[in-house]
Design a protein around this ligand. Structure first.
Ligand code: NAD
Length: 492
């Protein structure tokens, strides 16, 4: 194992001031790959959450940000993108140490995050309302696109800087003021981002960052009457609590939740490419990925061949020290997730699925590592076929015709993403149209760009991130109607 740097001591950010939690309590984060403390964050309390909301409210109601010009907002977002790139090595290291993901992937994610800030910067200049000029001689209408207000942004641990970058630059582009709560496991890069935003010229109070647990901090951010929108990424179970908490004040809710994403391989699929995408789709980020391609549906005629290739790739997958530049899969985020994955592996065996490889904890001096695992002949109604495992565990289900494949693919509470592998355009596109998921890839997996909207059908979420729509989540439309010339009586 490589040398671990001394822990970084972080503070929370409220109204431009860095401080400890009002209670003085702290959270210690141990690296999942090394069992060493790498960061400590304030365990923000009720009072801190409420102070952060008040700061964002003040910045929105009285501050300059909501009325700055699009050009000024664009400049701040572009500068932030540059600063993320300039600091990518440091940010990547923090992300690697706190999350357990491999260092090369952590650093690459910083580039993707910066690209989203650039895209949101460009959107600043396109925000506008419309005019209605054909309402008759004496009526004229227009719409204004206004910032929604105060936004609570709550994020999970699996892609900390990337996921906040799918929310915050769009909220800022719209002119909103924000309170951010990162996961208690991986708050470091979000707090580092707070420093970069000040450097980029963002006024105090526009972005406030509190750390700590879902209870009380996340709950308060979701429920508080001074918050106008809560944008949450995380588990479906917590997403439901957020929606319930937000309902009392009918605030807008945007949810990016879990998935059990199918990759469907038809008889004419390109086997080499699909096998690569299957291994990447399940082992990337140790399978701790909302988009993880965890359900593979393969046509009977090619199933044995595909499984064989996937097993070869699985056995060659390099699991190890997240700081090792050669590692492809790192450590599991925390003990409870580690145990949950192992319980699913046991459930798979009990359900009669055929364990082809993996299924064990890997030997290591420190940390938590699980072998890349493949189950074949998985009963479609078993828990490993239906529930989000969030680990490096692949489930293979076989099918004999297109309707059966689509039926199995759609037989899920989730609808985040899917992919279709076929060289036949009709098969691929027909299947893509029938699958109830927010993203469907054809002959690829987890490809994308900030220009393309992302979000879930069914219990995978509400609303869309990325793409031109992303900024609309954070705006209100105001209609202005004017009568030209003399008023015509309506009552007398
Ligand atoms: P989680 O739901 O446990 O926690 C997410 C965040 O919510 C954390 O910041 C947590 O502190 C906070 N939280 C917990 N309880 C809360 C409450 N009662 N009120 C308000 N906030 C609360 O999720 P996680 O374990 O951090 O992340 C894994 C989950 O996230 C998986 O289900 C995964 O599919 C999902 N995810 C979805 C996407 C997507 O874009 N759809 C992306 C990444 C992760």
């Amino acid at each position: 194992m490589k040398t671990i740097p001394d822990p970084t001591r972080y503070q929370q950010l409220i109204d431009g001031q860095w401080s400890d939690a009002s209670t003085g309590k702290r959270i210690e984060r141990q690296s999942p790959g090394h069992d060493k403390t790498v960061s400590t964050y304030p365990e923000s309390a009720d009072a801190d959450a409420i102070a952060a909301i008040a700061a964002a409210r003040k910045a929105f109601d009285h501050g300059p940000w909501p009325s700055t010009s699009a050009a000024e907002r664009e400049a701040v977002l572009r500068r932030t993108a540059e600063l993320i790139r300039e600091n990518a090595d440091r940010l990547g290291l923090v992300e690697c140490l706190e999350s357990g993901k491999p260092i090369t992937q952590a650093k690459a994610e910083m580039g993707w995050a910066a690209g989203i800030w650039d895209y949101a910067a460009a959107l600043c200049r396109t925000l506008h309302g419309e005019t209605a000029n054909a309402l008759g001689e004496s009526l004229f209408g227009m719409t204004l696109c206004e910032p929604l207000g105060v936004a609570s942004l709550i994020t999970p641990w699996n892609f900390p800087l990337l996921i906040i970058s799918q929310k915050l630059p769009f909220a800022l582009a719209a002119g909103c003021c924000c309170i951010v709560k990162p996961s208690e496991f991986t708050s470091g890069t979000t707090l580092e981002l707070g420093k970069l935003l000040s450097q980029a010229g963002l006024p105090d109070g526009v972005v406030n960052i509190v750390t700590g647990y879902g209870e009380p901090v996340g709950r308060i951010l979701a429920e508080h009457p001074d918050v106008d929108i809560v944008s949450f990424t995380g588990s479906t179970a917590v997403g439901k609590k957020i929606a319930a908490g937000a309902a009392a004040t009918l605030k807008k809710v945007s949810l990016e939740l879990g998935g059990k994403n199918p990759q469907i391989l038809f008889a004419d699929a390109e086997i080499e490419a699909a096998a690569d995408a299957i291994a990447f789709g399940i082992y990337f980020n140790a399978g701790e990925c909302c988009n993880s391609g965890s359900r593979i549906l393969i046509h009977d005629s090619i199933a044995d061949q595909v499984v064989e290739r996937v097993l070869e790739k699985t056995k060659k997958t390099r699991v190890g020290d997240p700081l090792d530049e050669n590692a492809q899969v790192g450590a599991i985020i925390n003990q409870s997730q580690h145990e949950k994955i192992l319980q699913y592996i046991e459930a798979g065996k009990k359900a009669g699925a055929s364990l082809k490889t993996g299924g064990e904890v890997m030997e290591s001096e420190t940390g938590r590592f699980i072998q890349p695992t493949v189950f074949d002949h998985v009963p479609a109604d078993s828990s490993i076929a239906r529930e989000e495992i969030f680990g490096p565990v692949l489930t293979v289900i076989r099918f004999s015709d297109t309707d059966e494949a689509i039926r199995i693919a759609n037989d899920s509470l989730y609808g985040l993403s899917a992919s279709v592998w076929s060289r036949d355009f009709d098969t691929a596109l027909r299947c893509a149209r029938k699958i109830r998921a927010g993203t469907v890839w054809i002959n690829t997996f987890m490809d994308g760009a900030p220009e393309l909207p992302f979000g879930g059908y069914k219990q995978s979420g509400l609303g869309r991130e990325l793409g031109p729509e992303a900024v609309n989540e954070f705006t209100e439309v105001k209609t202005i109607t004017a009568r030209l010339g003399p008023y015509s009586d309506k009552w007398s």
